[in-house]
Ligand binder design. Structure first.
Ligand code: ZN
Length: 482
């Protein structure tokens, strides 16, 4: 693979590329699912290919191939140069890349137990045990549990002399229980909606108490059928970590992607209200709000040694003590923020797609106190758990989230289970109303595994760490799935 990458790079340079990089990627993914006592799905897929990206006369060209021969590599490189040459005739200005040292490195994520070395029988045995626990609860209509594993082995070579080999392994899974009555359907998920994944080996699956929690989660799905509707009105809101993770993703992560800010990317709820003049001026949140982008976070889904621009992984503040402070940037756009180096946020979802700005891990820094401390500091509030659906406007400003479950909190106690909860707000008002963030003992890295961006669409995975937090006077109410 690496020899073919080198050949493609040399071909691109000899054909006139001023800059070029080649990613040679081998990708493996396994999905195992059990549904209502039966195997619901087994899928093992592999793919390998080269992606060649070049600058010719200041314009980008990209081509990809899975024809892994000398001829295939040369043809792919020639095509990338031809595309760039055609693009150059239409360009507005030359692409300028922020300087980055050439890196020669081998980087690997942590993986104690190779998930692809664990037998299918062992994986299915775990899922069947979860499934049996869920279905032992009367009233459950549907039980689904799944595990998924990915490995990406990638070489990155550039005409600037970078030579980077990276291996990333991620593992995880989750389950859902759905209960049905004559006039209602309620679902509960564990550990979070869309499953729980980290950049680790099978050890993360073994460390997650799936079976131990299956009955409780199933019982909650049934209890929701007869629970009261979430009362509507302005109320104090407490979000547990996994819902907060999605809140961070949608209302902090996407609007700080610099290509959206500059209007160059507008797909999937599109541009951003966080325009350039707001940096270091806008009170994004209250003083206790610190949001940190971190591609070095241990076991994060967007943790790597180097991004797909060949830029070293970094950690920096997006919001510092409430003040909006930074963007997610690339080598191409870093200078638009006045910075001389990229923050290293460029990724693609495979050899066949051109890299673009993608979120790195982005977390809410912990405050202090346990969840019990937070509850006992609360006279009356609604505590919401586990995302069910979301919507956000084109500028990432007005949002609405629904969660699977809520608890009414009175004088520090969970007094009543509530169903169909929803809350809505305006991004800056919401984060400014934050007055309590639990401490490191409650902080956990949650994940988003289905982040879509671009056209053709690409999928990215990102970790968002959070501890439960309280927001004052938020509009909450009842929401139904459309
Ligand atoms: Zn997303």
């Amino acid at each position: 693979m690496k020899d073919l990458a080198r050949l493609a790079l040399d071909t691109a340079a000899s054909r006139g590329a001023g800059y070029g990089d080649v990613r040679a990627i081998e990708f493996t993914r396994e999905d195992v699912q059990v549904k209502n006592g039966e195997v619901g799905g087994l899928d093992l897929s592999e793919s390998a290919g080269l992606g060649v990206r070049v600058l010719v006369d200041g314009a980008w060209g990209f081509a990809a191939t899975d024809e892994l021969t000398r001829q295939g590599a040369e043809r792919c490189a020639a095509q990338a140069v031809a595309v760039a040459r055609a693009s150059a005739s239409l360009k507005h200005e030359n692409v300028r890349l922020a300087a980055e040292p050439a890196h020669r490195s081998v980087w690997s994520s942590e993986c104690a137990i190779d998930p692809f070395g664990v037998s299918l029988e062992r994986k299915l045995d775990l899922l069947f045990r979860i499934d049996a626990e869920i279905r032992s609860v009367k009233g459950v209509k549907n039980a689904e549990s799944s595990l998924s594993f990915q490995r990406k082995h990638q070489f990155f070579l550039s005409t600037e002399g970078s030579d980077i080999e990276q291996t990333l392994t991620r593992s995880g899974g989750g389950f859902t229980s759905t209960a049905v009555s004559a006039d209602d359907v309620q679902r509960r998920s564990y550990p979070q909606a869309e499953g729980y994944h980290q950049t680790l080996g099978y050890e993360i699956v073994e460390a997650t108490p799936y079976v131990e929690n299956a009955r409780r989660i199933a019982e909650e799905s049934v209890a929701l059928l007869s629970a009261a509707q979430c009362p509507a009105g302005e109320q104090d809101l407490i979000l547990e970590g996994s819902q907060l993770a999605l809140q961070i993703h949608e209302s902090v992560g996407h609007p700080t992607e610099l290509d959206r800010v500059l209007g160059m990317e507008a797909n999937y709820a599109g541009t951003s209200f966080l325009t350039l003049e707001k940096r270091n001026k806008l009170a994004f949140g209250s003083k206790i709000v610190n949001l940190v982008a971190d591609a070095t976070l241990p076991h994060g889904l967007a943790t790597f040694g180097y991004d797909d621009d060949g830029v070293e992984a970094q950690r920096w503040h997006i919001v510092r003590d409430g003040l909006f402070a930074g963007y997610l940037t690339s080598r191409e756009l870093a200078h638009r923020t006045g910075e001389s180096r990229s923050r290293g946020c460029v990724r693609s979802d495979g050899w066949h797609h051109i890299p673009m700005i993608r979120m790195v891990n982005l977390s809410l820094m912990p405050g202090s106190g346990t969840l019990e401390d937070l509850l006992s500091d609360t006279d009356h509030a609604i505590l919401m758990e586990t995302n069910r659906s979301w919507s956000i406007d084109q500028l990432r400003y007005n949002f609405q989230f629904k969660t699977e479950l809520a608890w009414e909190i009175r004088k520090g106690k969970r007094v009543r289970l509530l169903k169909n909860p929803t809350y809505q707000g305006i991004t800056t008002q919401f984060w400014n109303s934050c007055d309590f963030i639990c401490g490191p003992e409650e902080w956990k890295p949650w994940g988003v595994v289905n982040c879509g961006k671009g056209q053709p669409g690409q999928v990215a995975e990102i970790t968002h760490g959070a501890a439960p937090a309280r927001f004052r006077s938020v509009r909450v109410g009842v929401g139904y799935d459309e």
